[in-house]
Ligand binder design. Structure first.
Ligand SMILES: C[S@@+](CC[C@H](N)C(=O)[O-])C[C@H]1O[C@@H](n2cnc3c(N)ncnc32)[C@H](O)[C@@H]1O
Length: 433
């Protein structure tokens, strides 16, 4: 039962893209409402500093309102912004980065307009579905699963595999053993992982997949864990390709099912191009040795593509990555492409970074950021390029770095259209003492 029904007007967006209004002088969050809209809401939770509302009716819709194309939009937790025009989504993301840095780091910064993705839908090259009799996704902030027959942001091939899996698994007697379906699809090469609590015979599923796709590989992943981890190293190759071969930035490399790889290739490339531009692309000349050789450290380097691209400058590049499987991929990338001035180091950034002498540091850490210990260690490097997938963690780390660095440029990238996520590149320059 709601506490109050009332009319109000949206004047801003919250962190998750919800509308923000004021009710009796107090901030009210209104899901699925857009700036400028007059809405009728009901207060569902009255907290100390703000109230949470339920949107009953849109009295005057914004011109930026669009019909969400996905039938699961209001129940599934994956997308938050399908009701918002794409131009408005980009404005929201640019302003989100600016406001978060102001609020947490107390810095008034200029933020470049968010770089758009070429497609708002079907852009994800990897998707993981949960299974509980049907395939689906967890609802936002919940353990409940919404069954889906397709996902609008996943590639068309991923949705085709989902349909085949639904037809194959949903009426099988062993369906209680099944946990997840994970599909990676890049350039029409697919890797499919069936995650189960114990061994399942899935050769017939492989036969179905090969009738539908030319280049496909199937894996059975045994996962006995009770936490949120989906992929484990207990991975059995059932048949077909074991890796996806990619040619990009004049490099040939391979992506497997278990290792980290960016899920939106178009924006990944825009980000890497931007990094090249920030380090001075003019000096990049296809691997010939640079007489003015610098030490570039690429922390949190994943499967090594960005390190390899950076090494085409002729500078000496060190990639530091903790995952053994990603490190192995980066070593293969290095040897396949004969990149002598690249050194891939497997280990924790904190312990490996301090032994190196960096002229330039490029970091791309996971959501939680690089952490207090690493922050202390990196101070002193002349230039830092920080790639972040979490504006809050980024702002917290800038709160510390602002004491030593000038922020030269901030540019957001729309890696995940129609969701509230945003990637950001920040260029920092050491203050002169
Ligand atoms: C956001 S990904 C970036 C990967 C890469 N830069 C790319 O674009 O593909 C973060 C990477 O940091 C790695 N990682 C996490 N904690 C780490 C640590 N303490 N030291 C080194 N690498 C770490 C993860 O394994 C993952 O590959």
């Amino acid at each position: 039962m709601g506490l109050l029904n009332m009319e109000t007007e949206i004047f801003d967006y919250g962190m998750n893209g919800e509308g923000v209004a004021k009710i009796d002088g107090k901030i009210a969050l209104v899901p699925y409402a857009l700036i400028g809209e007059k809405v009728d809401v009901e207060i569902v939770a009255d907290n100390k500093n703000y109230c949470q509302t339920k949107l009953n009716k849109i009295i005057s819709p914004s011109k930026n309102r669009v019909a969400p194309p996905c039938p699961y939009f209001y129940t599934c937790g994956g997308c938050a912004l399908q009701h918002m025009s794409y131009a408005e989504q980009l404005k929201f993301k640019t302003s989100l980065v600016k406001k978060t840095i102001k609020k947490i780091a107390n810095l008034d910064v200029d933020v470049e307009p968010c770089v758009a993705c070429e497609n708002g839908f079907n852009y994800r090259n990897k998707t993981s579905f949960v299974f509980n009799g049907n395939f689906g996704f967890y609802k936002f902030n919940s353990k409940n699963i919404v069954a889906v027959s397709a996902c609008k942001i996943a590639s068309e091939n991923i949705n085709k595999v989902l349909t085949l899996a639904q037809n194959f698994f949903c009426d099988k007697p062993y369906k209680d053993e099944l946990k997840n379906l994970v599909v990676r699809d890049i350039n029409n090469q697919l890797l499919v992982g069936v995650v189960a609590k114990k061994f399942l015979k899935i050769d017939d599923f492989y036969a179905i997949l090969t009738k539908n796709f030319k280049k496909i590989g199937l894996f059975l992943i045994i996962n006995k864990r009770n936490d949120a981890v989906v992929l484990t190293n207990n991975c059995l190759h059932i048949g077909g390709i074991e890796q996806i071969e990619i040619k990009n930035f004049n490099l040939k490399y391979y992506v497997d099912l278990l290792g980290f790889h960016q899920t939106n290739l178009y924006i990944q490339n825009k980000i890497y191009e931007r990094v090249l531009q920030l380090v001075g692309k003019a000096t990049y000349n296809n691997n010939s040795l640079n007489s003015n050789q610098k030490n570039i450290i690429n922390g949190f380097s994943g499967a090594g593509l960005l390190s390899a691209i950076l090494a085409t400058s002729g500078d000496k590049v060190y990639g530091i990555e903790i995952s053994k499987s990603s490190h192995k991929s980066s070593e293969k990338l290095k040897s396949d492409n004969k990149i002598e001035n690249l050194i891939n180091i497997c280990g924790d950034f904190n312990s490996k970074f301090k032994k190196l002498n960096a002229d330039l540091l490029v970091i791309d850490p996971p959501k939680k950021g690089i952490g207090a210990k690493a922050l202390e260690q990196i101070v002193g490097v002349k230039e830092i390029i920080y790639i972040s997938c979490n504006p809050i963690a980024l702002a917290k780390e800038l709160r510390y770095l602002k004491n030593y660095y000038i922020i030269e440029n901030i540019m957001p990238f729309d890696m995940f259209p129609n969701t509230n996520s945003v990637e950001t590149i920040v260029k920092l320059k050491l203050k002169e003492s």
